[in-house]
Structures are given as structure tokens and as C-alpha cells.
Write a new protein. Structure first.
Length: 125
């Protein structure tokens, strides 16, 4: 993605294999017993992650795949609701830090600016 956005944009990736939207996963095997469970819960970590990368202009959330694990017994609707909950957390964080929020969409719609790679952004009112 960074190569599509150009040199004027700094892309910061925050990724951890096994992370879920808002679920604690105590069954996952990790190198340290101290890293089990809540550290993989995206909702619990999101405010700290956002704060650690200030200043931010855009947040892209790519979570939900690990929520499909059979042990969580989650429907697609439940996962979508959890992702919307993460977007609300981002909104609240931006409001608390008095920053504007940008919404990202995969296709062009009225009021959106299309980037080189086909992603479209719009500043939230």
C-alpha cells in the first residue's frame, strides 16, 4: 500500500498474528504465558496503539479473520458488529484528541477522493 500512496505518506503498520476484534483468546500458543489472552483483543489495545503512533490522519482496520475460529462460534454478523465497534473506538479516540477522522472505502462514492490504488477517502464531517 505504501508504494501506491507515494513518498509524501508515511504508512505505519501495526500487526500481530492472532489478533481478534474484541475477543480474548486464552487458547492461543504464544512464546510467553504473559502474552496470552487480552493482548490479542483488538478492542482492548486499540486506544494504546493509536496513541503510540501520533499524529495520525487515517486509520485502516483489517481485523475479523481470527474471529472465524470455530472455538469463538461467531456469525458473520457478530464479526461485522465487532468491526463496527472498533470503528466507533477510533471515532471516540479522534474526538478525544480533537482530530478529524477519515473514512476509508474500497470504491468511489460522491464526496470521496480516490487514491492511486482505488481506495477512496472522505473527511468525516
Amino acid at each position: 500500500m505504501a508504494c501506491h500512496l507515494g513518498d509524501s505518506v508515511e504508512l505505519v503498520e501495526e500487526a500481530l498474528s492472532g489478533r481478534t476484534t474484541d475477543l480474548d483468546d486464552f487458547e492461543i500458543d504464544l512464546p510467553s504465558v504473559h502474552l496470552k489472552g487480552a493482548t490479542l483483543n483488538g478492542a482492548k489495545l486499540l486506544p494504546a496503539i493509536l496513541s503510540s503512533h501520533l499524529p495520525l490522519d487515517l486509520v485502516i482496520i483489517m481485523l475479523g479473520t481470527n474471529d472465524l475460529k470455530t472455538r469463538f462460534n461467531r456469525s458473520p454478523q457478530q464479526i461485522a458488529t465487532a468491526v463496527v465497534g472498533l470503528a466507533r473506538l477510533v471515532d471516540q479516540w479522534f474526538i478525544q484528541h480533537r482530530r478529524s477522522c477519515w473514512w476509508l472505502h474500497r470504491r468511489s462514492e460522491p464526496g470521496f477522493t480516490t487514491l492511486k490504488n482505488g481506495l477512496a477517502v472522505r473527511k468525516k464531517a
